[in-house]
Design a protein around this ligand. Structure first.
Ligand code: UGA
Length: 434
């Protein structure tokens, strides 16, 4: 039968939540104030790259369990309303709650006074408690139910989560039950707690992943210095249940719309209470340093010296998105590095399977092409910055005929060094003696 659920915000979290909840049998009204986005969604068109999402949106529309609207009035009959709004990085690294606050003010006159408000976007500790007052709905229960969706795997993560976290004040136990019920179809374990713990758990999870990645990136540098192989080191570490095999791949630094923002927000939030989270600060510093390290590697590969000039040198870039499986360029280390190369007067040509030639308005100085082979033309080096699997199956012998110098800097250890060696390339990997 399902519940009547409202979702405010049709970004990747809101849209995924709406489509998946409809798939689980609920009746969902998804509201966004971007009218053109709503029109496209009503026609079943999804503009973000998210595997399985268009199919679920179309299924929900066809089965009349999913409605898109820009009219907040349509949320009036919803028993539960999920707030899925952006909380971008604001001044000093603090989360900016302006969009959430504005939306709550708009919704105050339309929501049913006994609906359960659910904070799903990442919000600073204490936000859930403030929500009823901001929304002018003093009697509403608020439940913190943070999302743990990875871009590119959001549908999979929603339908098969490791855990569902439901935070509520003691007196809101019934509201928490209603939120937990929404996920009954996933079979996932539901963890109940207070709102502050749920809010902090979200920041803590992202910051912990960031620390893990910075650890691995620095470890990779150490491997290069002592003649060890990061792949072997992390394989051994990952077999320890207490460490686990995930999130142990080195790269050009971690990015995306969540890890950098949430890590900074946790640090600032801790500082505000007098807690010095030095470990998190160091993880952020290590992440900036990682980009500098990649730049040094590229310079050395191209010029023979870590401070050699790149002026006028052609460099081919493979990958611009912050990771494979998404079209998202926000806080992408690949974009940052391509921009730095361009700022150092290299002539940069880039290819990314999810960044079409026409969409590169914010990539000043970088020529984006629709054909991966074009990045090799006259290049003094090809730099792999995103781990798109399709780069592994390129015709490297053909690419070798286009380049000026057959050198690859593989920041993700994506490519098969032996195959590339056969094609005539020298490969500079990450965390391997070179
Ligand atoms: C992250 C979290 O993983 C999700 O659990 C969370 O829900 C989401 O943020 C969010 O807060 O909304 P996402 O931003 O999609 O998800 O990105 P990740 O898959 O975590 O990757 C983050 C960065 O780490 C990327 O730049 C990626 O390339 C890098 N990474 C990841 C590595 O360099 N090595 C790895 O082994 C894994």
């Amino acid at each position: 039968m399902g519940n009547r659920v409202g979702v405010v915000g049709a970004g990747y979290v809101g849209l995924t939540s709406a489509a998946c909840l409809a798939h689980l049998g609920h009746h969902v009204v998804c509201m966004d104030n971007d009218e053109s986005k709503v029109r496209s969604l009503c026609a079943g068109e999804v503009s973000i790259v998210e595997p399985g999402l268009p199919e679920l949106v179309q299924e929900g529309l066809a089965e009349n369990r999913l409605v898109f609207t820009s009219d907040p009035g349509q949320l009036g009959e919803c028993e539960v309303v999920l707030l899925c709004l952006p909380t971008p990085m604001g001044a000093g690294g603090k989360a900016d709650l302006g969009v959430l606050e504005d939306a709550l003010e708009t919704l105050s006159s339309t929501l049913s006074p006994d609906c359960v408000l659910v904070t799903k976007s990442t919000v600073p500790v204490g936000t859930a408690q403030r929500v009823p007052a901001i929304a002018g709905l003093a009697s509403s229960a608020v439940v913190s139910n943070p999302e743990f969706l990875r871009e590119g795997r959001a549908v999979e993560d929603f339908l098969h989560p490791d855990r569902v976290l439901v935070g509520a004040a003691e007196q809101d136990g019934e509201a928490a039950d209603r939120v937990a019920e929404l996920y009954a179809g996933t079979g996932a374990p539901v963890l109940r707690c207070d709102t502050a713990s749920a809010e902090l758990a979200k920041y803590a999870s992202n910051a912990f992943l960031a620390v893990k990645l910075s650890f691995v990136n620095t470890l990779a540098e150490l491997c290069e210095q002592v003649g060890a192989d990061i792949t072997k080191v992390t394989a051994a570490m990952g077999l320890d249940d207490r460490i686990g095999p995930a999130f142990l791949a080195p790269g050009p630094g971690w990015g995306g719309s969540c890890l950098p923002k949430d890590t900074r927000a946790l640090l600032r939030g801790a500082e505000a209470t007098g807690v010095d989270f030095a470990l998190v600060r160091d993880a952020l510093r290590a992440n900036d340093y990682q980009r500098a390290l990649v730049m040094r590697k590229i310079r050395r590969a191209v010029t023979g010296a870590i401070d050699g000039s790149l002026a006028g040198t052609r460099i081919g870039v493979l990958g611009l998105t912050f990771k494979a499986g998404t079209g998202d360029l926000r806080e992408s280390p690949a974009v940052a590095i391509a921009r730095q190369l361009s700022r150092h007067e290299a002539v940069v040509t880039a290819y990314d399977p999810c960044v079409p030639e026409r969409d590169h308005t914010d990539l000043d100085g970088i020529q984006v092409v629709d054909d991966p082979y074009l990045v090799a033309k006259g290049a003094a080096a090809i730099v792999v910055l995103t781990e798109w699997p399709e780069f592994q199956t390129l015709d490297w012998a053909k690419l070798a005929t286009y380049v000026d110098q057959a050198v690859i800097v593989d920041t993700r250890n994506l490519l098969d060094e032996r195959r590339l060696g056969d094609a005539g390339f020298a490969v500079v990997g990450t965390g391997r003696a070179c």
